[in-house]
Design a protein around this ligand. Structure first.
Ligand SMILES: Nc1nc2c(ncn2[C@@H]2O[C@H](COP(=O)(O)OP(=O)(O)OP(=O)(O)O)[C@@H](O)[C@H]2O)c(=O)[nH]1
Length: 242
C-alpha cells in the first residue's frame, strides 16, 4: 500500500473526528498505533486498521462478503490473463437451523466459528476462505489444478465431519457441510455472478443428493456460457450481467 505523501503536513488529531474510528480499532484490539497522534504514520495505521476491520467477518475473523467479492473480481482478471485454473467452493452447514433451535444461538455461533477454523486449517495461504452469509462460506483457490479440486473439497468436508465441537460443560456436537464447486472458465473474462451461480448450482446438487458431500462441476472450457462468450468476443458488457 502506498504511504501518504511526505509533504503532507501533520494533521491535528483534535480537528479530525476520529473518535468512532479509534473506538472501533480499540474494540478489535488494533489500538497500538505507531507514531505520534496526527503524524502520517499514525493516520496511515488508522486507515489500514479500518480497512482491515471492513474486510473481516466479526464472528469468525475470516474475510467477509465485501472482501470475498473484491477477491473474486481480481481472480477473474487473473484467470482471464493467465489461463490458470481457479476453483470456487461454496459451503453450507447442513441442518444448521436445528443446531440453533435445539441448543440456542450462542452454540450456533460456536459451530460457525468451528467451521471457519477447519476451513482456515485446510487451505493454502494463497487461498481465500470467507464467510459470505449466516452459515454460508466460500473459498477461492487460485492456481488449483483440476485433479486437486475434488481432493481439497473432500479434505475440507471430512475435516468438518470429524470435528467434535464442545460447548458448555458436556455438550459435544458433530456437524457436516455440503460443498459445491466450479472452475472459472480459463482465458475468458467471466463475472462474479456467473461463477458463483455455477458453484451454487453444485452446492444445491450436494444438498439435494443427501448433504454431507461435495459436488464439483466437471472441469471448464466446454462450460463457457453464451454470456461469457459474449464477453470474450465483445458483444456483451460486464454490467449487462449483474
Ligand atoms: N447462531 C447463528 N445462526 C445464524 C446466523 N446466521 C444465520 N443463522 C441461522 O442459520 C439458519 C439457516 O437455516 P436454513 O437456511 O433453514 O438452512 P439449514 O437448517 O442449515 O438447512 P440446509 O441448509 O437445507 O441443510 C437459520 O436458522 C438462521 O437463523 C448467525 O450468525 N449465528
Amino acid at each position: 500500500m502506498s504511504a501518504l505523501p511526505e509533504s503532507l503536513p501533520p494533521a491535528d488529531p483534535a480537528a479530525l473526528q476520529l473518535d468512532r474510528a479509534l473506538q472501533l480499532l480499540q474494540q478489535s484490539g488494533r489500538d497500538a498505533l505507531p507514531g505520534a497522534p496526527g503524524s502520517a504514520a499514525w493516520l496511515q495505521a488508522v486507515i489500514d486498521g479500518l480497512c482491515e476491520i471492513s474486510s473481516r467477518d466479526a464472528l469468525t475473523g475470516l474475510s467477509n462478503r465485501r472482501a470475498f467479492e473484491a477477491a473474486l473480481n481480481r481472480e477473474i482478471d487473473r484467470v482471464a490473463r493467465s489461463g490458470e485454473p481457479a476453483l470456487l467452493l461454496m459451503l453450507d452447514i447442513d441442518h444448521f437451523k436445528r443446531v440453533n433451535d435445539h441448543h440456542g444461538h450462542i452454540v450456533g455461533d460456536q459451530v460457525i466459528r468451528a467451521v471457519a477454523e477447519c476451513l482456515a486449517e485446510c487451505v493454502r495461504p494463497m487461498d481465500l476462505p470467507a464467510r459470505i452469509g449466516g452459515e454460508e462460506f466460500a473459498v477461492i483457490l487460485p492456481n488449483c489444478p483440476p485433479a486437486f479440486g475434488q481432493t481439497v473439497a473432500e479434505r475440507i468436508r471430512q475435516r468438518i465431519e470429524q470435528k467434535v465441537i464442545t460447548a458448555g460443560l458436556s455438550l459435544r456436537l458433530g456437524i457436516t457441510v455440503s460443498v459445491g464447486g466450479a472452475y472459472a472458465p480459463q482465458w475468458v473474462r467471466s463475472t462474479p455472478a456467473l461463477w458463483t451461480e455455477r458453484a451454487d448450482l453444485q452446492l444445491y446438487r450436494a444438498k439435494s443428493e443427501g448433504r454431507n458431500r461435495t459436488c464439483l462441476e466437471p472441469t471448464p472450457v466446454s462450460n463457457v456460457s453464451a454470456e461469457e462468450k459474449g464477453l470474450l468476443f465483445g458483444t456483451t458488457m460486464p454490467g449487462d450481467l449483474e
